[in-house]
Design a protein around this ligand. Structure first.
Ligand code: AQP
Length: 322
């Protein structure tokens, strides 16, 4: 079964990315899985070129440290495989302006940026190209990507109906808990790389003291009643989801084991630190080995190019390009 997923090098990896996506990638990876640092997507934001280059390498190292094994899966950088941008153009000529302007993430991000780029509107089409190029069956992603994944499915079906059966229609896979981790200070907003919220975001490479502090200061509520209830107790529900994401339990089962918020927070911080500390250590070793990281990315791109090229050629020919 072919699996594909991607992540933007738009900032440091946080526990939302980790629990929503990367942890499942590492757990289910096989020789048929491809994982991609989607640097072209990061260009939709204002990002300094040198920073983008560094963050791409940082993220490659963080993904390997978090458990992706390049000898089992294919790990590569999106811009190294030019078919992504090429197929994106073909799919832009299948997508409609109306469906792109309806995307929630576009509306939210456009509101935060003055003079936003056209790429912010069209990036879900590039994401569809990323997925469809590899004849992907499953896309493990966080809950925030659900709508974009639906678009990828719609475009695949529309293309296949119009030009012939070229693309596999993919399905999204979400983790059983923590599919949408919220900001610890503002639990009605998702934890995000590109929005600055120093106390509300736990980074995978945070030192233990920082993790402890952030969990301790996480916003809850004043009634003190331990109950898993997103509608009325979002701060607590978020902590229970994060706990469940790390421990593999169900959030309501976690709630049943604790009576005091303070105890839950103390154990949660310990649980996070125990899982993340070895990742941070491996990351530091890998980051010190620059050439090795480049070699991994080059090998990955070569494998990806081979698969992507075959699909692109078929799609282009089906549309009448000679
Ligand atoms: N808060 C989250 N909870 C669970 N999963 C999440 N993901 C992102 N945020 C959360 C999942 O992480 C994977 C990679 O995300 P991305 O880099 O493609 O960008 P994003 O979804 O837009 O995430 P960010 O971190 O908020 O980045 P910026 O701020 O740059 O937009 C995806 O599978 C995503 O679902």
């Amino acid at each position: 079964m072919r699996v594909f997923s991607g992540i933007q090098p738009s900032g440091d990896l946080h526990i939302g990315n980790y629990l929503g996506a990367v942890k499942q990638w590492a757990a289910t990876q096989s020789t048929d899985s491809l994982y991609c640092v989607v640097d072209l997507h990061a260009l939709t934001l204002q990002i300094d070129p040198a920073t983008l280059r560094t963050q791409t390498d940082d993220l490659l190292a963080a993904l390997i440290a978090a458990g992706l094994d390049p000898s089992r899966c294919t790990l590569f950088v999106q811009s190294h495989v030019s078919y992504h941008a090429q197929l994106s153009w073909l799919l832009e000529c299948v997508a409609t302006y109306g469906e792109l302007t309806r995307m929630t993430q576009f509306k939210e991000k456009a509101e935060r940026q003055e003079g936003y780029r056209v790429g912010l509107l069209t990036y879900p089409v590039l994401m569809a190209a990323d997925i469809l190029l590899y004849q992907t069956d499953q896309v493990p992603v966080g809950d925030d990507q659900r709508q974009h994944l639906e678009l990828a499915r719609d475009l695949a079906e529309r293309f296949n109906n119009r030009y012939g059966a070229i693309f596999t229609v993919p399905v999204g896979v979400q983790p059983p808990a923590a599919a949408r981790v919220m900001d610890l200070q503002e639990p009605t907003r998702k934890m995000s790389k590109s929005v600055s919220s120093p106390l509300g975001t736990i980074y995978v490479l945070d030192p233990p003291e920082a993790i402890e502090r952030k969990v301790k200061k996480a916003v809850t509520d004043t009634d003190g009643e331990m109950r898993f209830d997103w509608d009325h107790k979002p701060g607590l529900a978020n902590l229970l989801e994060i706990y469940a994401g790390f421990s593999g339990e169900r959030p309501d089962a976690v709630a049943a084991r604790f009576s005091r918020y303070g105890d839950l927070k103390r154990e949660l911080a310990e649980l996070i630190i125990t899982e993340l500390a070895p990742i941070a250590e491996r990351y530091r070793e890998l980051r010190a080995s620059g050439p090795e990281l480049r070699g991994i990315a080059n090998d990955g791109a070569e494998k990806a190019r081979h698969l992507a090229g075959a699909t692109y050629q078929r799609a282009a020919a089906a549309m009448g390009l000679s």
